[in-house]
Design a protein around this ligand. Sequence first.
Ligand code: HEM
Length: 494
Amino acid sequence: MFASVVLLLAAFLFFLLLFQTHRTKDFPPGPQPIPIFGNVLQLNLESPIADLERLAKRYGNVYSIFLGSRPAVVINGLQAFKEALVNKAADFSGRPQDLMVNHAVQVKGTDQVILADYNPGWRQQRRFGIMTLRNFGMGKQSMEQIILGEIHRIIQQFEQSVGNTINPHRLFHNAASNIICQVLFARQFDYEDEFIKFFVDLFQETSKIINGRWGMIYDSIPFVRNLPLPFQKAFKMFKISHERRLELLAENKKTRVPGKPRHFIDCYLDELDKVGDDASSFSEDQLCAFILDLHFAGTDTTANTLLTAFLYLMNYPQIQERCQQEIDKVLDGKDEACFEDRNQMPYVQAVLHEIQRIANTVPLAVFHCTTKDTELMGYSIPRGTIIIPNLTSVLYEEGQWKSPHEFNPENFLNDQGEFVKPEAFMPFSTGPRVCLGEGLARMELFLILVTLLRRFKFIWPEDAGEPDFMPIFGTTQSPKPYCMKVQDRRQGVF
Ligand code: HEM
């Protein structure tokens, strides 16, 4: 009996030792972790944002927490961001591996782009991605035409809803997804199409699982990974999505004419023909991974920012009206808006940037990782440490904004009413890992917002009660579902 108790105790101690958590010398300070769980149980897993802010107040702008037994350094505030992601970019631009998101998304060991570590393969893929998006019109008129075409579909949906209330959640996701689909494989889907439905569901659901409660549990406690817990749904969905992408690729290859690219996939296959897949990072598996990265990153982010935009514009009607006055004046006599018009619209620009600031769509960016032993603000951080760039802390940082905690376009206007962009505006992050689709996203947000505000007035329904501005946390945050009432400004009727 005594022997079994001792054995049990020894096993227990061994177990604790296995999941031991301690901070090395000069490692950033933080709350005391407990074995196995680290600090995870001390965070609100519905949304850890408030807890992360509380910890920054207590331990400073660079502190550490344990995700299970893995240490992670949380960086907060503009100064720490600049030192880490810009001045020491090469040290801080890796990506952690062995998290739920890697296991769910990566297929056959491909590196993806978003999740690829800081290595020559990532650089090659990223450079190709930026160049191809640019050739296909990112920042150019051809991309404007794609976006304006999609806006016509949104308008049609709103026209049918004039006088009624409409829940815009699905609509903006469909539109954002369709825009990036046209770049990737030149297809514009019907909003009822199974393909678009599946991918929009995939992005919406998994972005909440990955950084949410179940993702954190998966990342922190390795031995639960094979249990039938809710995160298994994300794995299943990503597996199906891979099969769908393979089908799409096979279809495209049938009609492709080498050297005459119609879209991103063709460009990639042309590049693959040139470089071969032996000595380079280019391969068909990598292409499948890249498509998912761009489709995912280009859908949920833009759509959730638009949802936040209309939530605020309906509840700040005087701001909506002032935007409409400026839009009417600048576009007087023109059929359609173009991206260049933004330079004549300082107030709209200020509102749009304020929306992005307050929306805080990707609150913790994508986790980074140190590529070598390094230092940050006097602390030593070993190679391979997870870095959590708390973008929220910069977008809401006191001292950087006139009104850090309120929705106020004055944050982006100077005394002369001119548009100014403070350095702390970084919803797309900063440094070598800065969002690859920033140019496309900015164009989409401007054209969609301006065109819709020109045509419609958006009203918070009388029976909707008080608006709830608190977002649902995830890799991308979204406002809680809401409905909007639409008035056609040309007819002035409900
Ligand atoms: C409002 C819209 C968007 C926001 C707020 C946003 C924000 C971000 C953020 C915060 C990151 C992480 C940066 C980091 O790790 O430090 C990121 C990465 C990325 N985004 Fe976006 N994004 C948006 C739209 C898009 C679009 C439209 C695309 C595709 C065309 C895109 C493609 C990517 C890619 C590929 C990465 C990974 C870059 C890398 O690891 O090298 N994003 N984005």
